[in-house]
Design a protein around this ligand. Structure first.
Ligand SMILES: *[C@@H]1O[C@H](CO)[C@@H](O)[C@H](O)[C@H]1NC(C)=O
Length: 401
């Protein structure tokens, strides 16, 4: 053979054998694939046939660029000692790819897959390379004003090369979306355009990984952290990157994400509560004028604190004579006094006897009022009051029916 006659002719035979051993039948994990690999040198130009199959004779030896060749079978020939061996493990599915390099000429060239193209004058057609993408769809939460989905893709580099084609064909391809083959623009002058096939898979369509969850092998972990921050920054805030955050609610023309019920709690209820003080003073004024009124609670406060109903009392009106006196008395009071008395009697059940006499009076109260005020203790002098009350003759016939 010419190979042997030329001392510089080092012929590496590329031998690739592949075999799938599904250790667990019908399982997606526990596979081992073995490749036998080597580089090759042989004879150029193309068309030269040192083995005499085409009758060409003008051959010279040269190195063939380091393209490995497949072998049609998987048996390591007897006596052949592998020059190296390496194992690649995909931990997501526990799949091993064992690569064994055999010495040159360990198998006849006729057993090399693709040798036809190598020795032929015909240019070997560029093989289609697969690009595997994982598509993740993020869904806007239900609380967003509009529902939307956003799909982001991440290239799973080396998937096509590092997972056995049988595994890809059996478990990945059936549910994948395969895009039409397109040809890449050569990246440099003279380079061949190469056909590319994009394959998109959804995480939910993949076989379960050994650790559960998404396949993290390669740089997919980066993708997942990207995805999470993307989700956190945009999708959960109801918008896509580059788009403004939508308004959940609009108050007085201003954008807000506070729910209406929170506005009610934060604004309306305290307002009603404060209004209750105005109402309370209103009832106190009626009390001091001898008119029927509410005591302690107000309508406003009862609306907020329903249990206050049990503490709210209704005060009966007094006789027209008393009312006339009380009106006079009220008119003469300074605002400060009114407020002070309101603070004293507006928030409890104690009746301002010092000012209005007994609730069911038995005599003229104006005297007692004057006496109390004359005492100069702001109406707090109960002892003096009692004395005055004792002096009042029981002239009243009794409570009105
Ligand atoms: C996106 O964020 C939502 C809300 O925090 C969460 O429920 C969902 O699981 C996230 N999705 C991803 C892919 O991280």
């Amino acid at each position: 053979m010419m190979v042997q006659t030329n001392p510089h002719a080092v012929a590496f035979l590329a031998i690739m054998a592949s075999v799938i051993h599904p250790a667990l039948a019908n399982e997606w994990t526990g596979w081992t694939r073995t490749n036998l690999l080597a580089l090759a040198t042989s004879y150029l130009p193309n068309g030269c046939d040192p083995e005499g199959t085409t009758g060409l004779t003008s051959c010279y030896e040269t190195y063939v660029p380091g393209v490995p060749y497949m072998v049609k079978h998987t048996n390591i020939p007897p006596g052949a000692t592998p020059t190296s061996s390496s194992t690649y493990t995909n931990r997501d599915w526990d799949i091993k790819m064992v690569t064994i390099l055999l010495p040159p000429d360990a198998v006849p060239r006729s057993e090399i897959d693709g040798w036809y193209w190598f020795r032929s004058t015909t240019t070997r057609p560029p093989s289609t390379s697969d690009l595997w993408w994982i598509d993740h769809t993020l869904t806007a939460p239900a609380s967003c004003p509009t529902r939307f989905e956003f799909t982001t893709s991440h290239l799973l580099r080396y998937w096509g090369d590092r997972l056995p084609s049988e595994f890809l064909d059996e478990y990945m391809l059936p549910k994948a979306t395969v895009f039409p083959v397109y040809t890449t623009t050569p990246s440099y002058r003279g380079a061949y355009p190469s056909p590319v096939r994009e394959i998109h898979v959804k995480p939910t369509d993949l076989p379960p990984t050994r650790n559960g969850g998404l396949p993290l092998y390669g740089d997919a972990g980066l993708f997942i952290s990207d995805l999470k921050s993307f989700n956190q920054s945009y999708i959960t805030h109801c918008h896509l990157p580059g788009e403004p955050r939508p308004c959940s609610y609009t108050y007085a023309g201003k954008c807000s994400k506070i729910e209406p019920w929170k506005i009610i709690v934060a604004a309306v209820i305290p307002s009603i509560f404060l209004l209750g003080f105005v109402e309370s003073f209103f009832w106190f004024r009626r009390l001091m004028l001898g008119k029927s009124c509410l005591r302690l609670g107000t309508v406003c406060w009862n609306l907020i604190f329903i249990f206050l109903v049990f503490f709210t009392a209704i005060e009966d009106k007094r006789s027209p004579e008393h009312q006339a006196d009380f009106r006079e008395q009220w008119k003469k009071m300074s605002l400060m006094t009114k407020i002070k008395l309101w603070g004293q009697f507006g928030f409890r059940h104690r009746y301002p006897v010092e000012w209005l006499g007994e609730r069911k009076p038995t005599g003229r109260v104006t005297e007692s009022i004057e006496m109390t005020r004359g005492g100069g203790n702001g109406g707090a002098g109960r002892g003096g009051q009692r004395v005055e009350d004792d002096d009042i003759p029981p002239a009243y016939p009794g409570p009105p029916a």
